[in-house]
Structure formats: C-alpha cells, structure tokens
Design a binder for this molecule. Structure first.
Ligand code: UVW
Length: 328
C-alpha cells in the first residue's frame, strides 16, 4: 500500500487558566466594549435579553399592511457556502412507494442532514470565541465535538429573535446593486443609510444590513457557484461600539460572514465576530435574503417592520437555520 501522510496536528497547549465548575474562566476579560455580567454572571442569552415583552409588543404594533417577507433561503437547490457541506435530503417513505392497508392510505416522511450554518442562520454565542474565551467569560472548551455547546447553546434562544426590524440598505444608499467584495461598512455608512432612509436604530432592534451580495451570488455568480470566505463586503469591527451604544439586539446581513472579508488594513481577522459574539453577546445572522424586503421598503419608504425568527431548539447547538419573517 502507498504511504498515507499523517494529518498535521494543531500544537496542543494546556490552558494557562482555571475553569470553574460552571465552565467559566477565572478572571477572563473581554474587549473594552462588552456586556459581560450585564445580565448576570451565568447569562447565556446575551442581547436576546434586550428583546423584552414591551419591545416585542411595540414592534408588533408596526404591522400595517400585513405584507410578509420570508428572509430565509430555500434549503436545497441553491448553492451552499463553499466551505460547508451541501444539505442531504433523504426520504424514508413516499406516497409513490408505500400504500398502507386496504384503504390505500399513503404517507411520506423525510430526513434532512444539514450543516446548521449552511443556509440562512443564527450564530449562537457558542459559535465563536477568541483567546480561549466565549461570551460572559465561558471557556471555549465547553464546546466539544462529543457534547456540543454545553454552555451558550442555541436552545437558550428558543423563544426567538422577535422585535422591531430595521433594514439599512447600504447598497442602495451607495447607489449600487451590490457592494463590491471587500467594501467596508463602517459607522459612517450605517449612519448615512439610516439618515438617507429616515429611520433610526433603537435599543432592542433587529438590524439588517443589505449589501446586495446574496442576490448577486444566487442569480449571477456563475449560475450557483459555491463561494468561499475570501472576499465579501461587510460590516467593520469599528461598528462594535456603534452597535453597543444603540443596544442593537441582533445584527444580520445578506452575506456569508456579516463582517468584511478580507479584514480592513490593521484589523484582526474575524474581529467583528469576536467583538459581537464574544464581547457584546450580540447575536449574528447570516445569509438573510433581504432583496424583496428592500424593494418594498424603497417603494413605500418604510424601513421598519416586525420580525419573527425562531431558531430550532437544537440542544447544545452552536447555530440554527432560520426562516425569518418580516411583517410590514
Ligand atoms: C465562521 O465564522 C467560520 O463562520 P460564520 O461566518 O458562518 O459565522
């Protein structure tokens, strides 16, 4: 038999810190702008805490026409991010194959094997850490291949991302169908879009930032080519203080990464993920299909709506597919 080269291994270093019985790193520190401890030392919901009953009720009152927009991508039949497996849809029984009993009863059942991040999705707070730490000082080692996220799992968000949705259509504001790969959305671009659209961003908002990238990827990029992580327009980590000042509850974009890739000169890779998920406990949404909503907002000039997005309560999951519904 031919030689098979050994797989390279990550160098292993025992943690130089102590982890308590609750899975928290003693003395762990977040970035300068952070929400650690704000909702309790053992909080596992982060900015989902901002989606209070009062805010949800106020947001529900935004519904005027009852027009609904699904912001979720169809699962199957569309390209999958290049670094994630394609969904596998299998059938256990189908009416074409099975007839039950003398009455001729027929039924179908199916399975889905899905990378939970491979479509429109929410990143749970266990999805991303840095320096061995997750949100609120939890140790990154609480997430294992054996047990999943023993802390900060997506099931803690089962009551949903529900609240006032605000669309900032940065692409349209910049006079473009889609922002170029690497286009940096900084605080100035967010402010300009909000001012241009006549909408404000408030505490507890579900903020959706449109780059136009998703529509381009699906409709034009070589008829459904898979796409890697290499070049995307997106939000700069410089927006983390901006998001914290406004107490945004959820940030989503119509891209694979939310953040700009490659990072701006001088910025660390994935610094927005670290600043949002780890430091603020700010939940992120990716691959939100914002085009139809954006067209409607441009037509009626109303950039706020009621949004309902329920993660699947996958116990110890680090994310979940979403079919977010915006209602105007
Ligand atoms: C990674 O961070 C690897 O993925 P995502 O952008 O989906 O959160």
């Amino acid at each position: 038999m031919r030689d098979v080269p050994d797989q390279p291994l990550q160098p292993w270093k025992p943690p130089s810190y102590t982890v308590d019985v609750d899975g928290k790193v003693e003395g762990a520190r977040a970035g300068e702008v952070n929400n650690w401890g704000r909702w309790g030392d053992h909080d596992q919901r982060g900015t989902a805490n901002l989606l209070t009953p009062e805010r949800v009720a106020e947001a529900a009152a935004l519904v005027r026409t009852g027009k609904r927009f699904s912001l979720g991508l169809p699962i199957g039949g569309l390209p999958t991010p290049g670094y994630r497996s394609e969904p596998l849809h299998l059938f256990e029984s189908t009416t074409g194959d099975k007839v039950l009993g003398e009455q001729g009863l027929q039924y179908s059942d199916d399975y889905l094997v899905l990378n939970l991040q491979a479509t429109t999705q929410i990143d749970a707070l266990s999805h991303f850490g840095a320096g061995g730490r997750l949100y609120n000082g939890y140790w990154a080692g609480v997430v294992t291949s054996h047990s999943g996220a023993k802390r900060l799992g997506v099931h803690h968000l089962a009551d949903g991302i529900v609240g006032r949705g605000v669309l900032l259509d940065v692409a349209r504001q910049q006079g473009s169908d889609r922002l170029e790969p690497g286009f940096v959305i900084g605080p100035d671009e967010l402010d300009a879009a909000a001012a241009g659209q006549g909408v404000d961003v408030r505490a507890g908002d579900v903020l959706m930032v449109r780059t136009g990238w998703l529509g381009w990827w699906i409709d034009e990029a070589g008829a459904g080519e898979r796409h890697g992580y290499g070049d995307l327009p997106g939000v700069s980590p410089r927006c983390v203080p901006w998001l914290a000042e406004r107490d945004v509850a959820f940030l989503a974009t119509d891209t694979l990464a939310v953040e700009v890739v490659p990072p701006e000169k001088g910025a660390a890779p994935m610094a927005l993920h670290v600043g949002a998920l780890r430091d603020l406990g700010l939940l992120l949404g990716e691959l939100f299909d914002l085009d139809a909503l954006a067209a409607d907002c441009a037509a009626d000039g109303v950039y706020e709506c009621f949004v309902v997005a329920a993660p699947l309560p996958v116990v110890n999951g680090v994310g979940s597919p979403l079919n977010p519904i915006a209602i105007k």
